[in-house]
Design a protein around this ligand. Structure first.
Ligand SMILES: [Zn+2]
Length: 180
């Protein structure tokens, strides 16, 4: 899995292009700071499976299994949307899409990481899928946190963040040019 650096960067992009754009509709409870915080939470949510893994002392059994699937993202998104709808009396679509985008991006990014692949199509299949080309070097937990491997992880993910920033800036410039 990539580190929280890459995952939260992806969550920020979702916030910037979806969360921020729509927030005006929800100026009571769902203001943009709520969307900002939730985008970060949802972009890291699949990795909460490390908590039971830590307490059970069995990482491979709990971590990166059914939690890392498109199906789990859909279930989480529906629960989030329904909960927000109950609280606000509206906003099912907005919040479920925000959760869905952030959660599924996490799953897709883990898919493109060096490792054992992800159970992409759970619950339809328990098969793990691995891509032909990986994008992320990922964390190497078995080697401990302070390992030279993680220098590469850091460089890899900072390059990813830089690429996202360049793309976002370019998009903003193009949009300004078009509207001006
Ligand atoms: Zn993950």
């Amino acid at each position: 899995m990539p580190s929280p650096i890459a995952h939260t960067a992806a969550g920020y992009v979702v916030y910037k292009f979806y969360g921020l754009k729509e927030h005006k509709v929800f100026d009571t409870v769902g203001n943009n700071s709520t969307a900002f915080i939730l985008a970060f939470v949802f972009s890291l949510m699949p990795d909460l499976d490390v908590i039971p893994a830590f307490f059970a002392g069995n990482v491979s059994y709990f971590h990166n299994n059914f939690t890392h699937s498109l199906g789990s993202g859909l279930i989480v998104a529906l629960i989030v949307g329904a909960t927000c709808q109950m609280i606000q009396g509206r906003g099912f679509k907005y919040w479920s899409i925000l959760a869905l985008l952030c959660y599924e991006l996490h799953v897709v990014m883990d898919y493109f990481t060096v490792g054992r692949g992800v159970m992409l199509f759970w619950p339809l299949s328990n098969e793990r899928y691995e891509p032909a080309i990986t994008v992320f070097y990922g964390l190497r937990r078995s080697n401990g946190l302070l390992t030279l491997d993680h220098v590469w992880t850091l460089i890899n993910e900072l390059c990813f963040v830089l690429l996202l920033l360049i793309l976002m800036r370019t998009y903003e410039k193009l949009r300004l040019n078009m509207s001006g």
